[in-house]
Design a protein around this ligand. Structure first.
Ligand code: PMP
Length: 357
C-alpha cells in the first residue's frame, strides 16, 4: 500500500436511483412527470448566452426574494443551494458539531447516514414502529441534533405539526431539521413553526412538486441567525452554488403559484386512483402523503417483481435491506404511465407463478 492511501477519506457513498438512457416508464426517483411552469421555458428562452461569461449572483437574490414572498418569511430567513442535498450536507457540517450522537430514524433517507459518516458525526437511528411510524418519544433523550423527513421517505407517512412541535419542545438546545422534500403532497409545513422555534430548520426542494430536478435547487428556512451560520459555511466552501439558469428557472417557478397547485392536484388524484388499483391487486401499503407509494404484496417476492418490472422497461425503486426488502417504492407518474404499470402487474399476477409471484 502506498503511504498516501492511509490518509484518503473513505466513505460508503449514497446510491442514487437509476437514470435509464433508453425510453422507460420512470417511476423510480420521485420526479414529477409533468413539465415545470411555463415561465421556466420563457426564462430559459430569454437567457443571453453571452451572460454566461459572468459568475452568477452568489446571494441568489431574486430567488431568495421569491421564496421569502411565497413562504411569508424574511429574506434573511432563506438559504438556497444546489438541491436540498447540498443544503442538507451544509446543515450537517454547520449544526451537528457537539460530539453527541445525532438522531434520525432507522428507515429514512439514506443520505443522512452518509453525511454523518463523511463528517464523522456520531449518530443513532431509533427504529420506526411496526407500522413504520416515527416514535417521537425516542427523540426526547439527550442528543447532538435531530433530522427527519416529513413525510418520511420511503414510507410516505406524514406526521402533523403537533407531532413536530413535540419533538421541537424536547430539543430546545439542539438544531432540529425537518426535511420537507415531499411536503407539497402532504399537509401543513413546519415553516409555520419557524417564528416560535429558533432551533428549527426546514428544508424543501424544487425537484419534486416544482418539476425541476434537472436544475438542482433546494433551500432551507429558519431563523436569521441559523441562516447566517449557513451562509458563513457556504462562503467558506463554494460561493457560487446555483448557476444562472437555475436562478432564473427557480424564480419563474416560484412566481407561478397557480401552475404549482394544479400540478400537485393532478398527482394527488393519480395517487388516490393508484392506491385503489394497488389495493385491488392485493398490495398493502402505507397511507401515502407523498408522490410515491411504498407497497408490498403478500404473494410476491419484491426483488423479483422489481427485476421483472425493470425488464419490461418500468423502473421502480427497491432496497435489499432489513425491514423493507418486501417493498417496492413506486413514484406516482401520469395516469398513462400508471396504466402501463398496472397492465404489467395484472399480467404478472395472473401468471400465478408462485416462484416469482
Ligand atoms: N430529502 C429526501 C427525503 C429525498 O427523498 C430527497 C430526494 N432524493 C432529497 C432530500 C434530495 O432532493 P434534492 O437534492 O433533489 O433537492
Amino acid at each position: 500500500m502506498e503511504a498516501f492511501e492511509k490518509n484518503i477519506r473513505r466513505v460508503d457513498p449514497y446510491v442514487p436511483g437509476e437514470q435509464p438512457r433508453q425510453k422507460a416508464v420512470k417511476l423510480n426517483t420521485n420526479e414529477n412527470p409533468y413539465p415545470p411552469a411555463p415561465g421556466v421555458a420563457k426564462a430559459l428562452r430569454e437567457m443571453d448566452p453571452a451572460d454566461l461569461r459572468l459568475y452568477p449572483d452568489p446571494a441568489c437574490t431574486g430567488l431568495v426574494e421569491a421564496l421569502a414572498d411565497f413562504h411569508h418569511v424574511g429574506k434573511d430567513q432563506v438559504f438556497t443551494g444546489v438541491g436540498s442535498d447540498e443544503v442538507l450536507a451544509l446543515c450537517f457540517l454547520t449544526f451537528f458539531n457537539s460530539g453527541k450522537p445525532i438522531l434520525f430514524p432507522d428507515i429514512t433517507y439514506s443520505f443522512y447516514k452518509v453525511w454523518a459518516q463523511l463528517y464523522r458525526i456520531p449518530f443513532e437511528t431509533p427504529a420506526l414502529d411496526a407500522d413504520f411510524r416515527i416514535v417521537k418519544e425516542d427523540y426526547y433523550k439527550e442528543n447532538g441534533g435531530v433530522i427527519f423527513p416529513n413525510p418520511n421517505a420511503p414510507t410516505a407517512i406524514y406526521e402533523g405539526l403537533d407531532f413536530v412541535e413535540d419533538i421541537l419542545c424536547h430539543n430546545r438546545d439542539v438544531i432540529v431539521i425537518v426535511d420537507e422534500a415531499y411536503i407539497d403532497y402532504a399537509g401543513p409545513s413546519a415553516v409555520e413553526l419557524i417564528g416560535s422555534y429558533d432551533n428549527l430548520l426546514v428544508t424543501q426542494t424544487f425537484s419534486k412538486a416544482r418539476s425541476l430536478a434537472g436544475m438542482r435547487i433546494g433551500y432551507a428556512i429558519g431563523s436569521p441567525k441559523l441562516i447566517r451560520c449557513l451562509h458563513d459555511v457556504k462562503y467558506s466552501f463554494n460561493s457560487y452554488t446555483l448557476n444562472r439558469a437555475a436562478l432564473a428557472c427557480g424564480e419563474a417557478s416560484v412566481r407561478d403559484r397557480a401552475y404549482f397547485e394544479e400540478t400537485i392536484a393532478k398527482i394527488r388524484r393519480t395517487r388516490s386512483r393508484a392506491m385503489e388499483r394497488l389495493a385491488g391487486l392485493g398490495f398493502s401499503f402505507t397511507e401515502s402523503s407523498a408522490n410515491f407509494i411504498f407497497a408490498s404484496h403478500p404473494d410476491c417476492d419484491a426483488k423479483e417483481m422489481f427485476r421483472a418490472l425493470r425488464e419490461a422497461g418500468i423502473y421502480v425503486r427497491y432496497w435489499d435491506s432489513d425491514r423493507i426488502r418486501d417493498y417496492i417504492r413506486i413514484t406516482v407518474g401520469t395516469d398513462e404511465e400508471m396504466e402501463k404499470l398496472f397492465a404489467f402487474l395484472e399480467e404478472y399476477m395472473a401468471k400465478g407463478d408462485k416462484r416469482t409471484c
